[in-house]
Design a protein around this ligand. Sequence first.
Ligand code: DX5
Ligand code: ZN
Length: 225
Amino acid sequence: MNRKNILAPSILAADFKTLGSEVETVTKAGAGYLHIDVMDGVFVPSISFGMPVISSIRSVTDCVFDVHLMIVEPEKYIRDFAGCGADSITVHAESARHLQRAIHEIKEMGLRAGVALNPATPLCALDYVLPYLDMVLIMTVNPGYGGQAYIPEMTGKIRALRRKALDMGTDLDIEVDGGINDSTLEEVLAAGANVCVAGSAVFGGDRSANVKKMLNVMSRYTTYK
Ligand code: DX5
Ligand code: ZN
């Protein structure tokens, strides 16, 4: 087991008029993934951006593009997101009608596959798909907006999933998304998360300093003991 702790800045909170340089700044500062939130205004209340934006920043960095699809019928778009530069695609258990098929389509495209669970969705939603997954995304807020407060009950959910993965002998990435900042980062790491998404905590003030500060905290935690 040698899973690394990774910081994944969410570009939803970036300044879009200078998106290319925002991406360069956080990746040069050491962010391992770039978290890319796609919202359709149907599965979640807000609309963000889609394929053309992702294609355009693909030329700026080799960083892993961690695409989080908050859309209905994600199966329809897996090929398109692979084509515009996604390295990892995460679909919601609540929106993929044929979740097992969606996961296989992502893997067939040669990408890493993730499943996201809303705060109210129990871990048993993963029961028959966990062995196929590279990553599980535990939503620590209700998806739809950046800048919301961490839901404290999610700490136990992260811990339970890490225990389950260890019991299965699975080297699973557990990603957390929503309300991750200086006050909550250590709590999720201690519970067993190893991929930490941060939007407003990174893209406010000195981006580079924010990334380095969070990475410094993350370096003190080892997920597997
Ligand atoms: C929420 C998105 C998040 C969001 C996180 O629906 O999935 O990735 O950008 O933003 P913060 O870190 O500000 O809570
Ligand atoms: Zn997200």
